[in-house]
Ligand binder design. Structure first.
Ligand SMILES: [Zn+2]
Length: 124
């Protein structure tokens, strides 16, 4: 899948098992690749990001990120931080006068991204 997403990675692939009809574990180490610039957000100019190829890991966690810092990792939210009624104390959830929730309602921030933010914050 990563090879199809970004030709040129040249990641090793393996044939599907004839016995089970399932893919075989082929990735043997974890590696992060920066996405090519054409994957960046044309509207916001947000960086394309990165993808991680990893062997047999089904779950990822965020390390050394606190719930208070999480919004910093959403480039579209960054310019609004500190503009909520409760300033930097806002959790961008139920608080009145939240600039981020307003931006979601105004269509400036994708509701999917906002839901993702809330889900990650819950996990943290
Ligand atoms: Zn807020």
């Amino acid at each position: 899948m990563l090879n199809a997403l970004q030709p040129g990675l040249g990641l090793r692939v393996n044939a599907v098992s004839q016995a089970t009809g399932k893919g075989k574990h082929t990735t043997t180490h974890q590696e992060m690749f920066l996405l090519q610039p054409e994957f960046s957000n044309a509207e916001t100019g947000a960086a394309a990001g990165a993808i991680v190829d990893t062997p047999g890991v089904r779950e990822f966690g965020l390390w050394e990120v606190t719930p208070d810092d999480l919004a910093l990792f959403f480039p579209e939210m960054r310019p609004l931080l500190g503009r909520c009624r409760f300033g930097l104390d806002c959790g961008h959830d139920e608080e009145p006068g939240c600039a981020i929730r307003k931006a979601v309602m105004d269509g400036q921030i994708s509701p999917r991204r906002y839901q993702s933010y809330l889900r990650l914050k819950e996990e943290l």
